[in-house]
Design a protein around this ligand. Structure first.
Ligand code: ATP
Ligand code: MG
Length: 395
């Protein structure tokens, strides 16, 4: 009797020698979160096995969105470890498959098994040649690899694997706060941060009535798309209207963006501390716009102590767009709803802002009170990862 089972390979995680159990525990808990409650996860000698209760395909699809999984293997498990049973099983499984060339790979984690890996490879290879027609062994470029793994209590036979998305399990490195706009860059930045094991919450600055409900809905949808990789997301929505209007009325227009972004950073740092996020994450990319020159970034960054991670800082726009398409956020990002940054854009934003000028201009507005108000009135939208068909093949 063969039982179909999924098992996982961890890739990068395998380098975590002493800490690997910590990462695997997190991975298991993330997987539990997305699978049906009746699916069974068994952890045995370094391998994670998943026995889907109902829909095999949908389980596979969900696993393809879990960071920390490098490869998803679909295997057939037999409790009968005798050579006769193994030979029969291999031939039966190969019956329905189209191929001419093959090779056999054997892994023997039970070193007491009566045949060693090399012998078993030869025995099974010869058996396949004898019991099939016109097949050939090709060790370099076979159409099919017959993988056999001899374990203490069972034998696994497998041919098929699906790419996982790699990285570290989300949450294993703690939490970060993503500054999420409706643009292309910040969702990609969030994805890359999650890939490094950071669980994200998101913060969005809106300026009604200058920005619309559509613009907000778009950000909620982007957060939902990111939640597929993050299990769930809390989106903190900050009403930025009073701050933005005060800046617009009182501050020379070439410094609008610089001061506005200093305010966003200040608010984000306070919210991050409240939700226990250790870093801010944003979609800034060096040189993309005036506020992303090195001088601008320095003058803006200096209002906060919390580290700021910019995963796409060194990507060019085309690379970011390609990644946005792969992770499924691009189509939403290009919907044409205005962002609060774009509404108050000056004709000639300063490219090399001066810290002293920022400090002087900021005295013209009562920003501490405005920041306090905006945080006090913030709205939190909790988005749960619902069953989704979007998945990526990006490694
Ligand atoms: P685009 O893809 O058009 O460049 P963007 O979202 O990257 O859009 P930028 O003006 O380049 O827009 O902003 C740089 C970064 O600042 C964003 O990636 C995002 O992290 C953050 N940001 C900008 N506007 C907002 C906002 N309204 N709410 C939250 N974060 C924002
Ligand atoms: Mg940008």
């Amino acid at each position: 009797m063969l039982e179909k089972v999924i098992f996982l390979k961890y890739g990068e995680l395998s380098t975590k020698k002493n800490n690997i159990n910590f990462f695997l525990k997190q991975l298991e808990s993330n997987i539990k979160f997305i699978l049906d409650s009746e699916d069974i996860i068994l952890y045995d000698c370094g391998r994670m096995f998943i026995y889907p209760k109902n829909d095999f395909q949908s389980t596979l699809r969900k696993l393809q969105n879990v960071f920390g999984i490098h490869e998803i293997n679909i295997a057939y498990k037999s409790l009968d470890r005798s050579l006769d049973a193994l030979e029969d099983n291999v031939i039966n499984l190969l019956k329905d498959r189209e191929f001419t060339t093959f090779k056999v790979e054997v892994k023997r984690s039970d070193k007491n098994y009566e045949y060693d890996s090399m012998n078993l490879r030869k025995i099974i290879g010869s058996y396949i040649l004898k019991h099939t027609n016109n097949k050939k062994v090709d060790v370099n470029n076979p159409e099919i690899i017959v993988n056999i793994e001899i374990r203490k209590k069972e034998v696994l036979i497998y041919f098929d694997k699906v790419k996982g998305i790699g990285g570290y399990p989300v949450s294993s490195l703690g939490k970060g706060l993503l500054m999420l706009s409706g643009g292309i860059d910040s969702p990609v930045a969030g994805y890359l941060a999650m890939k490094r094991g950071i669980k994200i919450e998101a913060i969005y600055f809106e300026s009604p009535p200058h920005t619309s409900q559509n613009a907000k809905d778009k950000v909620v949808e982007l957060a939902r798309l990111l939640s597929i990789y993050n299990n769930d997301i809390k989106l903190h929505v900050i009403n930025f209207t009073n701050i933005q209007e005060a800046i617009y009325k009182n501050i020379p227009h070439d410094y609008l963006i610089t001061i506005m972004r200093r305010m966003m950073y200040r608010i984000s740092a306070i919210v991050a501390a409240k939700v226990n996020a250790k870093v801010l994450i944003n979609g800034e990319s060096i040189g993309q716009v005036a506020s992303q020159t090195l001088t601008s970034m320095k003058v803006i960054n200096e209002v906060v102590k919390i580290p700021v991670i910019r995963p796409v800082a060194c990507f060019d726009k085309l690379e970011i767009i390609n990644l946005a398409k792969k992770i499924g956020t691009y189509e939403t990002s290009i919907l044409p709803y205005e962002d609060c940054c774009t509404i108050f854009v000056p004709k000639h934003p300063v490219i090399n802002p001066l810290r002293e000028k920022c400090l002087e201009y900021e005295k013209l507005i009562n920003y501490e009170d405005l920041i306090y108000e905006s945080i006090k009135n913030k709205e939190v939208i909790h988005i749960k990862n619902e069953e989704s068909n979007t998945y990526s093949d990006y490694l």
